[in-house]
Design a protein around this ligand. Structure first.
Ligand SMILES: Nc1ncnc2c1ncn2[C@@H]1O[C@H](COP(=O)(O)OP(=O)(O)OP(=O)(O)O)[C@@H](O)[C@H]1O
Ligand SMILES: [Mg+2]
Length: 376
């Protein structure tokens, strides 16, 4: 499926403080609905606390009910999004045209004065972070079959962004909180294309590194190098989380257990991968399949980016169309440099940071700064 960009005319909107030219551009956005600030204020009961679902790096998210009864998620972008109206609308056009069953759909937007707001389809079952990895706070159970479906769905969504959409899109922020679940627990990737709305988007990533460090590929964390392989690394971490039911980092555990990737790599070397499958599954899982899934996670997190499989290959491995490569090289562990475990000898990454970004002609580019403030 390719996004189409046929620009149908829609009724022009009056936007306070905008020129007629911009109004025309707003009106040229097809498929995406323009919502006035007033409408969204009504939908969210004046952006009430009770309707606030969460706060992320891009701003606050509210639950809202539109006049026709549709439930939506309303993301109020923070001030950092200093983009001009025209650039903003261009990006909205691109995001809107991207439709896939495993991607959260953008259904509307608001641009009024300094306000930049995105209106998304509402996903009933929260994110994987709040449910599967919610530390027992959620009563939701994920069977082995469901976990397989979730891995496959996310892999398909990412394949679409990486290999089918033109120009290709690097998500840059694949993590459990960006995998939302619909009423049937089908996964949808959220926030693709958003990095581009923030001109200084490396700082967006680096200021939030504390929460997401475990998903960051070393070449990105250390050198700002950005391409699909960075997403594939994050996807690998996510797979390890889905199979084990554990967060990538848990500082309450003893040092040797703290980092999921490191732990799983050691068990792989010892031939004991199976012990990492979520114990809450009991014996209700296919052991060969589960071991293979962990191996796919390890393949995706290999230190050398070129050794990581493409997402379409990952899909084939997940469906059994392609066998899982048994030769897996050591994983990239970026925190080795920051957590006092400096293992520079064995790594292909130098500590000398500040190389300029390499976007490999991707749509989501501009990784030009280095996240130097990595937390302990
Ligand atoms: N379309 C949606 N439907 C339902 N809930 C949503 C939707 N989008 C976001 N949320 C909820 O809002 C919370 C905050 O989302 P947000 O994307 O702002 O933050 P995040 O995912 O934690 O971090 P990041 O800014 O890096 O994406 C999410 O954890 C999710 O539970
Ligand atoms: Mg998000």
């Amino acid at each position: 499926m390719m996004p189409c960009f046929s620009f149908l005319k829609r009724k022009p909107h009056f936007l306070p403080g905008h020129t007629g030219e911009i109004d025309k551009e707003v009106s040229s956005i097809q498929n995406t609905k323009f919502y006035s600030y007033k409408k969204l204020r009504v939908a969210t009961q004046n952006f009430s606390k009770a309707n606030k679902i969460g706060v992320g790096g891009f701003g606050s998210v509210y639950r809202g009910i539109l006049r026709d009864g549709t439930m939506v998620a309303i993301k109020v972008l923070s001030e950092e999004s200093k983009q001009g109206t025209r650039e903003f609308l261009n990006e909205i056009n691109v995001i809107t045209a991207i439709e896939h069953e495993n991607l959260v759909k953008l259904i509307g937007y608001c641009v009024e004065g300094k306000q930049r707001i995105l209106v998304y389809e509402y996903l009933e079952n929260n994110s994987l972070e709040q449910t599967l990895l919610g530390g027992g706070l959620s009563s939701m159970q994920f069977s082995w079959r469901k976990r397989c479906e979730i891995c496959l769905g996310v892999a398909k969504g990412l394949t679409f962004l990486h290999e089918e959409v033109q120009p290709h899109i690097v998500h840059r922020d694949i993590k459990a909180s960006n995998i939302l679940l619909d009423r049937y627990l089908r996964p949808k990737i959220s926030d693709f294309g958003l990095a581009k709305l923030f001109p200084d988007n490396m700082s967006h990533i680096s200021t939030r590194v504390a929460g997401t460090a475990g998903y960051l590929a070393p070449e990105y964390a250390l050198r700002g190098k950005m391409n699909q392989k960075v997403d594939i690394y994050s996807f690998g971490i996510l797979m390890l989380e889905i199979v084990s039911g554990r967060c990538n980092t848990n500082r309450r555990l003893p040092p040797e257990d703290r980092y999921l990737l490191e732990r799983i790599w050691k068990l792989h070397e010892a031939g004991e991968l199976i012990t990492m499958v979520d114990s809450s599954l009991g014996n209700d899982f296919d052991a060969t399949e589960a071991t293979n899934y962990l191996k796919i996670g390890l393949l995706c997190t290999q230190d050398i980016p070129s050794q990581r499989p493409s997402m379409s290959t990952v899909v084939k491995m997940l469906t059994g169309e392609v066998s899982v490569n048994e030769e897996i090289s050591r994983p990239g562990l970026p925190y080795e440099f920051f957590g006092g475990k400096t293992d520079t000898k064995n790594s292909s990454y130098g500590i000398s940071a500040s190389k300029s970004g390499d976007a490999d002609n991707m749509s989501s580019s501009s990784g030009s700064k280095t996240a130097t403030s990595f937390p302990q």
